[in-house]
Design a protein around this ligand. Structure first.
Ligand code: SF4
Ligand code: SF4
Ligand code: SF4
Ligand code: FES
Length: 950
């Protein structure tokens, strides 16, 4: 049985506004100028045979299967490369055309193995379909056998390449170039001898390929094929859902056989990804059914005891009675919860509701505390709303793209591909980053105009220097400022940044960036036409993270780069639902929709709706929870979907705090690092096992849909609801759509959001104020969201971080991500993605390495003021002299053993990006790593003992 596929119109849609009308096979059709005849025909249900064309890439015109005849025209043009024109009369079927097409197909088939019935693509092969469509029954030519004995390349863990089935249509090559922007594939040779090969005739895994799968999706035959399809056969049905990895929020069709996911295919209608994906979303879903999944609830009295599997009822009642016992013993505020940006909006909403209404305090926080809380603060203060201003598509209208402290090709790969496309079209690029990210000069046909290689921790000085140039060289958009912004604050700001101390020349010694480069970059940004800023955790995870966000907002307002396509301030959110978890009220001081807990009107609104007495006091932030645990005033924690024991800074302090608590309840799909300190384990459900919504970095609320039954029997929102009921606070939702209806009724920016509308439109970008609204792609078009509608300029004084390099700690450690792994790695480490990155390494500049006698592969000890860990070295000139860099995807790396408890002044977001360290060659792992390994092994043993018990 073949699955219902999305329609392939053959060539991409034209965006032209002008329309023309023509006749195809006697039917009138109107289409935008620039549309191909093939696409116009498909739009009225006439499918012209094709092989080398597909609507995700530009037409190429090589196979000549799609020939048509045009009245009064000469020959038989290819319909994929011939545009529509007013009054054309086109025939797509007649004897002559049929003969040509049969001849074309005969040639293809003569060089193709005739094993359709046993081929894994049987039923999903365009070559097979076209042979049928042109009525080919026999081949007159002898087999040419050019490709028939070509050897398969099985090197990629997720897909195979069988050149014997290749028809050299070059769809894969074009997909890799146009869609992904990696240019890993080429066609070697000519005519019958031509063949596709990765890079210089290498295996896929040895080539530049990043395993995005665009070529696999584009391939019309079984040449490039998912191994999961080869192993399990063709899928039978498909359900549209949303990727649970990064903040791009790609839409996917989960193609299924019964309850088994056969493959994830990016959805062409997905408005965030337009049919593209990365290696994580498309291929790394195997963790959901990994043998490490824990599917039975478990309890234990202390973390020295073996786990005991119990029924859901016992686990929930035990958890509730422990939380109540702690409140009786230590007070109402002695318990709280941590939500996660991996959870759905609905899960986060009822979690914070349980804490505020059921626990009776505001001790709820989220992992956004440790990533984008400064974005929330900085953009709320300046623009009046805690979110990015644009949709992703906006980048296609940008003339200058400024990327600061972000690495889109690794952290947000699908958006990174879109950005690369725009850069290949000619947009200018400014990168502000201590390290050389791929966009600087490692992406084909892209070269950054400026790479401002600043010292970690000096963002504010750099942003102020850019502002200094813009103000003193009169590069501002004063009309925009006068009309849209608070002019008083603008006057103060211009006077502030115009001071000589903020000039590039004066700040160069601080930032390490040559003054002339800062000046030139500022001029480019301010005079571009459309200039857009994209930033990431390299901006927020600093002691002055909020100040830099404010500085960025100031730059955009001063130059009028807000409120239209192609501009804006765009935080690239790390996890899938960072935006949503913040929107849903998971900060201790804010109800859903960023309204302060002490705001009288809001407070009463929620008390009435929730029928509970609510606290007026903001609750504890995550670091305060840890401190309170050490003081014995915070003794019970409910932690859902978050791995604080790996992801939070100064990890030894976090571990001590977790050990100090009397009841730690972890709800997760694996026994993660935090669960090793837990007393109650409530098995969670993966994104494939639940209904809900995620909100991506462009405020897009997208559907998450259950494609398989929850392995542990319940979806996560049901578990929270059971715990709430057991605590004595009643919740009676029967479906997440009811939770969304409640969110909409209590949150102005969500008023017009409903499951019905999401299903109808595919997704909705908030704000969506009423029933009629279909959402808001671009924010602040007419006015800012602040009470008076005016954008506010704020002063950004540079204060050097307390984390200084000294003789003892002469290097700065900064951290980041890699494409194939995801955050703490709990999911991706349980997939074949380890083939690309199986350990975290320390990147070190060749001179720093030489000074220490280090070579790539050597073990290096990295010691900060708070701890020490050991990694292997990777000598690389991507990092500057004096700076070392690592990723943090493996718990045993202990990257957070060395990060300090310094944090952002406004939000407590940890200063992950600046740690002064010493680095030296060692022969063994650190003391912490040995202790961690012993503790972790012991915990896995206690888990095994518990399961045997059963
Ligand atoms: S998987 Fe992606 S990067 Fe690799 S060859 Fe195919 S399109 Fe290119
Ligand atoms: S591998 Fe597939 S897409 Fe690429 S040229 Fe061969 S048949 Fe076409
Ligand atoms: S870019 Fe992000 S959302 Fe899209 S497939 Fe990759 S991980 Fe998933
Ligand atoms: S589909 Fe038009 S030439 Fe191949």
């Amino acid at each position: 049985m073949s699955i219902n596929k999305e329609q392939d119109f053959g060539t991409p849609a034209s965006t032209a506004l002008e329309q023309v009308t023509l006749e195809i096979d006697g039917f009138k059709v109107t289409a935008p100028v620039g549309t191909s005849i093939m696409r116009a025909a498909a739009s009225i249900g006439i499918d012209i045979p094709k092989l080398c064309a597909t609507d995700s890439i530009e037409p190429f015109g090589s196979c000549r299967l799609c020939v048509v005849q045009i009245e009064g025209g000469r020959g038989m043009p290819a319909s994929c490369t011939t545009p529509v024109a007013e009054g054309l009369k086109v025939s797509t079927q007649n004897q002559k055309l049929a003969d040509v097409r049969r001849g074309v197909m005969e040639l293809y088939i003569s060089d193709h193995p005739l094993d359709c019935l046993t081929c894994s693509a049987n039923g999903d092969c365009e070559l097979q379909d076209m042979a049928g469509a042109v009525g080919l029954r026999e081949v007159r030519y002898n087999p040419v056998e050019t490709h028939l004995h070509a050897v398969k390349d099985e090197s990629n863990p997720y897909f195979s390449f069988d050149p014997s089935k290749c028809i050299v249509c070059s769809r894969c090559v074009r997909a890799c170039e146009e869609t992904q922007g990696t240019f890993a594939l080429t066609i070697d040779g000519r005519g019958f001898d031509s063949k596709v090969s990765p890079s210089q005739n290498e295996a896929f895994m040895d080539s530049e390929c990043v395993s995005c799968g665009a070529c696999v999706q584009a391939c019309p035959t079984a040449t490039l094929m998912e191994k999961s399809v080869i192993d399990h056969g063709q899928p039978e049905h498909a359900i549209v859902t949303t990727c649970a990895y990064c903040g791009v929020g790609c839409s996917f069709r989960a193609e299924m056989k019964g309850e088994q996911v056969i493959r994830m295919v990016p959805n062409k209608d997905g408005k965030a990804n337009h049919g593209h994906s990365c290696v994580k979303g498309r291929f790394a879903f195997g963790y959901a059914t990994h043998k490490d999944r824990i599917t039975k609830p478990m309890i234990r009295a202390s973390i020295k005891d073996a786990w005991q599997e119990v029924s859901w009822e016992v686990a929930i009642n035990h958890a509730a009675s422990e939380l109540k016992r702690i409140q009786e013993k230590y007070g109402k505020d002695a318990i709280g919860g941590i939500t996660s940006s991996r959870c759905t909006n609905e899960e986060v909403y009822i979690m914070q509701k349980l804490i505020r209404a059921g626990f009776g305090n505001n001790n709820v926080d989220t992992c956004a505390r440790v990533c984008h809380s400064p974005t929330g603060y900085g953009l709320k203060q300046t623009f009046g709303e805690s979110s990015g201003t644009q949709d992703f598509d906006s980048v296609m209208k940008a003339d200058v793209i400024l990327v600061m402290g972000a690495n889109p090709t690794d952290g947000h790969p699908v958006f990174g591909s879109m950005m690369k496309k725009r850069l290949r079209q000619g947009a200018k690029l400014i990168v502000i980053d201590p390290r050389e990210i791929d966009l600087v000069n490692k992406s084909p046909h892209i070269q950054a105009d400026f790479h401002l290689k600043l010292r970690p921790g000096t963002n504010v000085a750099l942003v102020s220097a850019l502002a200094h140039v813009i103000v003193t060289e009169q590069l501002m958009d004063e009309d925009f400022v006068n009309e849209r912004c608070d002019v008083e604050s603008f006057a103060k700001w211009t006077a502030f940044v115009a001071q000589e101390q903020y000039s590039p020349e004066a700040t160069a010694a601080i930032t390490g960036v040559p003054a002339d480069e800062m000046r030139a970059a500022a001029r480019l940004y301010a005079t571009a036409g459309n200039a857009a800023i994209y930033y990431g955790l390299g901006v927020t995870e600093h002691s002055q993270g909020s100040t830099t966000v404010i500085g960025i907002a100031n730059l955009a307002m001063a130059t009028g780069n807000l409120g239209r396509d192609g501009v804006g301030v765009n935080p690239l959110r790390g996890q899938n639902n960072v935006q949503g978890s913040c929107d849903m009220g998971s900060f201790p001081h804010e109800y859903p929709g960023y309204r302060h807990v002490s705001d009288e009107q809001t407070h009463r609104l929620f008390e009435d709706a929730w029928q509970a007495e609510l606290s007026w006091e903001p609750g504890l932030r995550i670091p305060n929870m840890f401190d309170a645990a050490m003081d014995k005033s915070f003794m019970g924690l409910y932690c859902e979907g978050e791995d604080i024991a790996q992801s939070d800074p100064d990890i030894q302090h976090v571990h001590a705090a977790l050990r100090a608590m009397e009841c730690v309840i972890v709800q997760d799909i694996f026994l993660n690092e935090t669960a090793k300190f837990a007393h109650v384990f409530l098995p969670g459900s993966s994104f494939l096992e639940k209904d809900g919504t995620f909100t991506n970095a462009e405020r897009r609320i997208s559907p998450v849909r259950k494609v398989m039954s929850p392995l542990a029997g319940y979806q996560d929102w049901e578990v929270t609801q059971m715990l709430s009921n057991a605590m004595g606070y009643a919740m009676n939702y029967s479906h997440p759509s009811e939770i969304m209806a409640e969110i909409a009724s209590l949150t102005p920016s969500f008023t017009g959001v409903s499951y019905e509308k999401i299903d109808q439109l595919g997704s909705i970008q908030w704000p969506c104020y009423d029933e009629a609204s279909v959402g808001t792609p671009i924010m602040h078009e007419q006015t800012f969201m602040r009470d008076n509608g005016k954008g506010l300029f704020m002063l950004t004084e540079y204060v050097a971080t307390a984390e200084r390099v000294t003789k003892k700690f002469p290097l700065i450690l900064t951290t980041g991500r890699i494409l194939s792994q995801y955050n703490v790695g709990a999911q991706t480490r349980r997939t074949e993605n380890n083939a690309w990155h199986s350990e975290d390494r320390l990147e070190i500049h060749p001179h720093d390495a030489e000074d220490r006698g280090l070579k790539t592969g050597d073990w290096v000890g990295i010691k900060s003021r708070v701890g020490e860990t050991v990694l292997r070295a990777l000598v690389s000139d991507r990092v500057q002299l004096g700076i070392v860099y690592t990723t943090f995807h493996f718990p045993e790396s202990g990257a957070n053993v060395i990060t300090t408890d310094n944090s952002d002044w406004a939000t407590n977001c940890p200063e992950y990006k600046v740690t002064a360290v010493q680095v030296s060659k060692v022969n063994q792992t650190s003391e912490w790593q040995e202790e961690y390994q012993a503790f972790s092994d012991k915990q896995l043993d206690l888990l095994a003992q518990g399961s045997q018990h059963d």
